[in-house]
Design a protein around this ligand. Sequence first.
Ligand code: MN
Length: 282
Amino acid sequence: MSPLLHPRGIERLVTGQPTQDGAGVKLTRVLTQDLQQRLDPFLMLDNFASDNPDDYGAGFPSHPHRGFETVSYMLNGRMRHKDSAGHEGLVTDGGVQWMTAGRGVIHSEMPEQQDGVMEGFQLWLNLPGKDKMCAPWYRDIQSPEIPEYTTDDGVTVRVIAGESAGVAGAVQRAHTEPLYLDLHFPEGGGHFSQPLPAGHNAFVYVYRGEVSVAGTPVARQRMAILANEGDGVALQAGGAARALLIAGRPLREPIAQYGPFVMNTRDELIQAVEDFQSGRLA
Ligand code: MN
């Protein structure tokens, strides 16, 4: 692991907002709409975690998307995806589902469990304006297919997207160059550093234990927005901990969102709603 000369500091610590989505699924919205410009190209991060089926059982019945990508990472549980482009898949413990909505899909994301823990994340990644109307794309990546490695400190690094220490992730994207790492620090703690390209927006979300970013502690269920000055990020844990490290190249385009549609302009949103209502979205 190459040492960093100038690790990025924390610009801001964010506490997620409890909310509900789909058919009343309780979740924590970590990356909210007011942070979309700051964390461009990322539009949303939800964390769902419950052992009560009343919180998740109704799932996310049929609904549309246009103009961006959704990345679902399931830590525990079983969720079935079906969409209007003919894709179907089951995402289970440790697996990822990557969907490019492009010009439009109508899909459902429904739990396939009556009890037990359901825990995971959904990240929304924007598409550049020139790709917003591309053909929909879908891939599910089962847990064993996600590349991972272990550092000398015993930190397990799951490389969902991008590249870390020469290990290529499961998914690569040309324009937004997303980096999506799931870091598992062992009982004895450890150190992890990752170079980040200058200008890429980046954040860390801690979901077990506590992790320090450039010496500042970040508690569980907090997101640390990283300052853009510096050559990478240096993380330290004193004990067992888990965190997501997410970074990407900003698109620097206008962001117009209306619910499940994310375009560049209001006119494009109106078109999306009309297309959906008239059955022409997907
Ligand atoms: Mn959806």
